[in-house]
Design a protein around this ligand. Structure first.
Ligand code: ADE
Length: 267
């Protein structure tokens, strides 16, 4: 997989990608990231990539020509061109999987805006898709591009040390993952739930699945496709095999724990 990033800050993008599992994956040539700076495609002495907005207003706007030349310099390696902007379709785990699959064998170019945005005419004629990483405004597309690359890379074979984790991580089944613990068994006055220390993997899997659902119901009810009462009652039964205090240690609110314990209907 080859990802091109059009950015005024190529060093910031390359530096960030050199760390952690993504950096290792790039060293092992599982995927490549190539940066292109639109400033290298300016012709004036000031190397200006931006100009004042027509109609007035705050901020400067990125000019279309240097961006187009930067993309054109990639020739056939440009592939699908994605512009990062709050106007785009919202990025999520499903799209990360889809992109990892689609661009395994074809190229992707991520175009990062800066300042007050990019001349719309460049977007109209040179961009295939617009993606947003959330309903907030970043000072540029670089952080959004990095979030996309990082989340795509996790789905490429060989990137994660443990290939199973992408199937159990949050959102893998549409829900949040159950909270995790490591040694020591008691820290900050709190004990690891006993079931997780017992070595009974059937019980551990059942507990984690029930806990993932409980955490999702409490924190991200929007992730639940439908309120499946029967499933929730079954999950509550599993959760009630764990002491209330241990459920609190798992990050569930007192309200959630009370409702798991006080009614067979659950939350
Ligand atoms: N550029 C500025 N804000 C952004 C966002 N929320 N998503 C993608 N690109 C952006």
């Amino acid at each position: 997989m080859r990802i091109n990033v059009i950015t005024l800050f190529p060093d910031a993008v390359s530096d960030f990608l050199s760390w952690g599992v993504v950096g290792q994956a790039m060293k092992h040539k599982i995927f490549q990231v190539n940066t292109v700076n639109p400033r290298d495609f300016t012709e004036d002495v000031h190397k200006s990539v931006d100009d004042r907005p027509y109609g007035g207003g705050d901020g400067m706007i990125m000019r279309a020509e240097p961006l187009k030349k930067a993309v054109d310099s990639l020739g056939e390696y440009a592939g699908t061109r994605v512009y990062l902007s709050p106007h785009g379709e919202l990025w999520n785990d499903g799209l990360a999987r889809e992109f990892a699959c689609q661009f395994k064998t074809s190229n992707l170019t991520l175009i990062c805006g800066r300042y007050g945005g990019v001349d719309q005419r460049f977007i109209n004629s040179e961009v295939d898709r617009v993606v947003s990483v959330g309903d907030y405004v970043l000072s540029g597309g670089e952080i959004a591009a990095l979030a996309m690359i990082d989340s795509i890379a996790r789905f490429l074979p060989g990137v994660l040390g443990n290939e199973k984790s992408k199937e159990t991580d949050s959102f893998a089944n549409g829900l949040l993952e159950a909270p995790q613990f490591t040694r020591p068994p008691t820290v900050l006055g709190q004990n690891v739930p006993t079931v997780l220390r017992g070595g009974d993997h059937k019980s551990i899997d059942a507990f984690r699945a029930a806990l993932g659902l409980a955490v999702s119901r409490e924190r991200r009810p929007d992730l639940l496709a439908s309120d499946d009462d029967r499933l929730w009652r079954e999950m509550c039964e599993i959760l009630r095999t764990v002491p209330a205090e241990e459920l609190r240690t798992c990050g569930l609110s007192a309200e959630s724990v009370n409702s798991i314990y006080s009614s067979s209907k659950g939350l």
